[in-house]
Write a protein that binds this ligand. Sequence first.
Ligand SMILES: Nc1ncnc2c1ncn2[C@@H]1O[C@H](COP(=O)(O)OP(=O)(O)OP(=O)(O)O)[C@@H](O)[C@H]1O
Ligand SMILES: O=P(O)(O)OC[C@H]1O[C@H](OP(=O)(O)OP(=O)(O)O)[C@H](O)[C@@H]1O
Ligand SMILES: [Mg+2]
Length: 291
Amino acid sequence: MANKLKIALPKGSLQEPTLKLLEKAGYNVYTSDRGLRPSSDDADLDIYMIRAQEIGGYIDSGFLDCGITGLDWAYENRADLVDMAELPYSRATTRPTKWVLVVPENSPIKTVHDLEGKRIATEGMGITERYLEEKGVKADIEFSWGATEVKVPDLVDAIVDVTETGNSIRANNLRIVDTLLTSFPHFYSSKGAYEDEWKRGKMERLVLMLKGALDARDKVGLKMNLPEKSLQEVLDTLPSLRRPTVSQLAEDGWVAVETVIEETVSRKIIPTLKELGAEGIIEYPLNKLVR
Ligand SMILES: Nc1ncnc2c1ncn2[C@@H]1O[C@H](COP(=O)(O)OP(=O)(O)OP(=O)(O)O)[C@@H](O)[C@H]1O
Ligand SMILES: O=P(O)(O)OC[C@H]1O[C@H](OP(=O)(O)OP(=O)(O)O)[C@H](O)[C@@H]1O
Ligand SMILES: [Mg+2]
């Protein structure tokens, strides 16, 4: 029988950005409206769409070989996994998710110690229990199925919830008291799959491409023609991965220079290059960057 890698992808908040990342990495996953076993253009992959909360448990128990889920849920599940890579992407931004202790803006609660004997609602029971234990605070923690923001102050005194952009916190007039955990998605493998030569090789190549796609995200390629006399000055200022590539044009006194830079610096660098006599400057997006 052909080798197959059983891989879980997160259904929910992370589904769309995860599928986009896979596509950029070169793996097209074909989802349908209700289907939870999507096909893909890589016949080695056996894909399961599973809730992020449950992925760690199924990998730990060996039912699945690997998967992408948030560090937060792997921590919450106390899953024993091989952490193959942090994949720094999020739902709406490039910022990580934070689990935060939150109260209404006008609440008298200023620090976690003010929660002694109070009530807290959260989807992350384990995260919250371990945090309170560390702080030496005893409070009633109750499980929340979501829409947790609505529960303060009438149903509970505080909540522990996920925040990314901070929009939900602002929209509900809440205030952050403390941050419990910062989390990005990770690529996790089971110990068994990691020891299997074929599966490990397959996962390592997949991780390499995923990281390559993420690394290319904020970078651009830059290419230009330059009078040779300006070359040294340009080389002195132009960022690059190692050093820029310099090649000869089919015209004496001119060279072509090529490099990779952070997209954010390009608006500063391109006008400078122009002043130094560069022409035919082109900037292009990168699909992957493997260091
Ligand atoms: N707003 C968000 N921005 C970025 N990441 C998020 C956000 N909400 C959740 N995540 C991440 O997605 C994963 C799953 O989150 P969560 O447990 O909230 O489930 P969900 O997929 O959002 O479904 P639900 O609608 O039940 O909340 C977690 O790893 C979490 O860190
Ligand atoms: O800081 P923000 O970018 O606003 O993100 C935070 C929101 O995202 C999550 O909600 P989700 O959509 O998963 O719904 P839920 O409340 O049912 O979990 C989380 O519970 C917050 O409500
Ligand atoms: Mg959620």
